[in-house]
Design a protein. Sequence first.
Length: 88
Amino acid sequence: MQSETQKKAAVGAFLNRSALFLLMLPVAFFLWALHAYPPHEACWLGVASAIYVWPVAGILFVVAAGFHVGSTSRRLATAGELRKAHGH
């Protein structure tokens, strides 16, 4: 059971970090575009990248929420309550 919890935590952390990277990507793209294009076009490129990338980041956050692992004390309390409820 402990290894399953660690796997879920690792997957959740990976998905959260990926989503945060995708949230910051349009800003990095905009800063790059400022040096390569005129400011007006750089703004539009930044907005266009945000329109396409941020929904993917939102989906990753929702999927990552399914892999959320509570704190150790909370898991132990829940397990204790379940054992007590089942007469163990």
